[in-house]
Design a protein. Structure first.
Length: 466
């Protein structure tokens, strides 16, 4: 190398593809981790399914329900389940909690279609379920694809009936029909956002009538009979139900080189899975290691299962009570001493839509975990902006562990923007930095990530808990 080349290598932040930097052995590890991740995705398509799966994995790895523990000692592993939709877990550190915690926060809800409270109807001999979309979706992406039905009915007796239809090979699936191109002249003239009307996101669920023609709505009646025979429910039970319509696709390796994962719900189950795996390996951490698996992030984190609720504070207070540390105002102090990685996905640079991104400040697939110093939109409004001192600390940690990272922001200035749960925890006094896996087709029924970035994110969270 010439002197000038050396100088350039030393001074420039050269952005290299991660695949260029790794051994065959590591490629094998990456592929193995991704296969386990895809298993998780196929099992868990709703926040309830994720919370239950995470609980089971935690229990298999020595975590107990915090409720069942009276005293906590360093090395103890506990979890706190909030209404079957949010789960927090902790490994008690060697140091008192007062010294601060290391938190990795991800969310397990994903964009989807929810059933309305009175969803079932019949029109011209076809049976439908009416939906109301959840989170930011492009409505046209949800028509003409196979969909499955997941969720719970709760009867007035309190009995809970879980349903999952459309995932097994022999299950029926469901779909939302779209107009044939031959007759879509008017639809095709519309703006893309108006092409599919929200009130037309109706799921086709049946077509066979029951009984004879003296009775009306015989297709609807037949569907209710099938549901009653199998699950014991009646139409009124839809009112106390949470039924989610999700893509029936399975997670698959993508590309001739199998370097990517295509699947539904990777925002933010990709970071959630990495978060979980990292916590399982946090044995005897110096500071208490905490994982958040939150609900309702996609619709603003409100409600008692969202991060805006006080339930997380309650969880930490309980940790303080049971480690016998608690005293007035300690919780606030704990937060001020704590650090967090907000583990949420980032927009990956898509060469076909590069016009919405700025190439020097975008995240690239295969370039490692993607950090966003700040989020927000239009003049950083609503941003949680990580302090330079804290970003330096995380950079130092990643560089020492040889973990590949990149730093960008979500899109061009004034192009749009977004947020995560980072600001909610930062508002409590915690140092928070957004970092996660870059995604293509974010919020679409089929999202794409790089296996390299999944593995680097897992390694980053693991390092953070050490
Ligand atoms: Mn997200
Ligand atoms: Mn999202």
């Amino acid at each position: 190398m010439t002197e000038t080349e050396k100088l350039k290598e030393y001074l420039f932040n050269e952005k290299k593809c991660g695949w260029d930097t790794i051994s065959e052995e590591k490629k094998f590890e990456i592929d193995k981790f991704s296969t386990e991740y895809m298993y998780f995705l196929n099992k868990c398509k709703t926040e309830r399914e994720c919370a239950e799966f995470i609980k089971q994995i935690l229990e298999e790895n020595g975590f107990t329900n915090l409720r069942d523990k009276l005293v906590l000692l360093p090395g103890d592993k506990v979890y706190y389940m909030n209404r079957n939709k949010t789960i927090y877990a902790a490994v008690i550190g060697e140091k008192p909690i007062e010294a601060g915690m290391n938190i990795v926060g991800s969310h397990i809800d994903s964009p989807r279609l929810d059933l309305k409270p009175n969803p079932l109807y019949e029109d011209m001999g076809l049976g439908y379920l009416k939906t109301h979309y959840y989170g930011g979706i492009k409505k046209y992406q949800w028509t003409a694809i196979p969909l499955s039905i997941h969720g719970v009915f709760v009867k007035t007796t309190g009995e809970k009936i879980e349903i999952k239809i459309g995932e097994e090979e022999n299950d029926p699936i469901f779909t939302i029909t779209d107009l044939l191109p031959h007759l879509a002249q008017e639809q095709m003239e519309k703006k893309l956002k108006d092409g599919i009307d929200g009130e037309n996101l109706n799921l086709l669920v049946g077509s066979v009538p029951i009984g004879n023609e003296t009775i009306s709505e015989r297709v609807k009646l037949n569907i209710l009979k099938i549901l009653n025979d199998k699950y014991g429910i009646v139409e009124k039970d839809f009112m106390s139900a949470e039924i989610e319509i999700v893509p029936a696709f399975r997670a698959r390796s993508l590309g001739f080189d199998r370097s990517m994962v295509a699947a539904y719900g990777q925002d933010d189950r990709v970071c959630s899975y990495c978060n979980l795996r990292a916590l399982l390996e946090a044995t005897k951490p110096e500071k208490t290691a905490v994982s958040i698996f939150a609900d309702k992030e996609e619709i603003g984190s409100m409600g008692n299962t969202g991060m805006e609720s006080q339930v997380f504070d309650t969880f930490i207070s309980e940790l303080l009570n049971k480690t016998n540390e608690n005293k007035p105002n300690l919780l606030q102090k704990v937060f001020c001493n704590s650090k967090m990685l907000s583990a949420d996905v980032d927009a990956g640079m898509d060469p076909m839509y590069s016009n919405v991104s700025e190439k020097n400040n975008s995240s690239y697939l295969g370039h490692g975990i993607a950090m966003n110093k700040y989020t927000g939109s239009r003049g950083k409004a609503g941003a949680s902006d990580a302090n330079a001192e804290y970003v330096a600390e995380i950079r130092n940690m990643l560089e020492k562990a040889n973990i590949k990272y990149q730093m960008g922001e979500l899109g061009k200035v004034d192009e749009g923007g977004g947020g995560t749960i980072a600001y909610i925890l930062a508002n409590k006094g915690i140092d928070v930095l957004d970092c996660g896996v870059p995604v293509l087709s974010m919020h679409a029924p089929y999202e794409v990530v790089s296996k390299f970035d999944i593995y680097e994110s897992y390694r980053a969270y693991k390092e953070f808990f050490k």
